[in-house]
Design a protein around this ligand. Structure first.
Ligand SMILES: Nc1nc2c(ncn2[C@@H]2O[C@H](COP(=O)(O)OP(=O)(O)O)[C@@H](O)[C@H]2O)c(=O)[nH]1
Ligand SMILES: [Mg+2]
Length: 207
């Protein structure tokens, strides 16, 4: 078990970052924390479930978060549990989730599994970040096909697949970005923050 505990937090939104291994969950959390620091806003806590290395709470990421923002309300923790029940317990406490899907690979087995689990806990707030846009070539219209697959998957599990925002961007470019929050590499992150504000607020599971 991870020791990650979400209950009792003082007002910030708890956001799970879910998706297939290697699709960019940790990178996106780092990017969001960094961008939050540049913008000086607060109010989100990002929790990555099923960390790539299957290790418990990552103090390194927490430290990065604190340095980047100097805001106690921002953090990024990595949680992993051998047991699906642990995932479900944590998922049941979040206000919403960002489903990260690498544009070059599309829907993968863990993408499906996490959407299935999100349905199991009746997660209401969900947005999709289509990541790694910096390395895909859209000449064959591949991105539209990936996006259709994602919407089909969401609909299959009774999420509003036609409405859920699918934001295209590059977490890595944002992590490597300059100090100017107006820089174009941050546009997808701002879209993501706007989407979370609309879709997650007031949706805390279990009241
Ligand atoms: N080209 C590119 N690589 C990325 C991007 N985001 C993440 N990566 C890389 O993909 C790999 C896996 O990322 P990570 O965040 O650890 O994935 P996780 O397993 O979902 O947490 C790392 O080598 C990242 O640097 C992106 O937007 N573009
Ligand atoms: Mg990770």
């Amino acid at each position: 078990m991870t020791g990650t505990e979400l209950a009792g937090d003082n007002g910030s939104l708890n956001v799970a970052i879910i998706g297939h291994e290697g699709h960019g969950k940790t990178t996106l959390a780092t990017a969001l924390v960094g961008y939050s620091g540049l913008r000086g806003f607060s109010g989100y806590r990002f929790i990555e479930l099923f960390d790539q290395e299957h290790k418990p709470v990552d103090i390194g990421d927490m430290t990065v978060a604190k340095q980047a923002t100097s805001e106690d309300h921002y953090s990024h923790t990595s949680g992993y549990s051998e047991e699906t029940s642990g995932f479900i317990r944590l998922m049941g406490q979040v206000d919403g989730a960002i489903l990260v899907i690498a544009a070059n690979e599309g829907v993968m087995p863990q993408t499906k599994e996490h959407v299935r689990l999100a349905r199991e806990v009746n997660l209401r707030g969900l947005v999709v970040f289509m990541n790694k846009m910096d390395i895909v070539d859209n000449e064959l219209g591949i991105l539209d096909i990936v996006e259709m697959d994602i919407r089909d998957l969401l609909n299959e599990y009774e999420f509003p697949g036609d409405e859920i925002p699918i934001i295209r961007g590059s977490a890595l470019k944002a992590v490597e970005g300059p100090d100017d929050p107006e820089n174009e590499v941050y546009k997808p992150l701002q879209e993501l923050v706007n989407a979370m504000a609309v879709r997650f607020a007031g949706k805390r599971n279990g009241g």
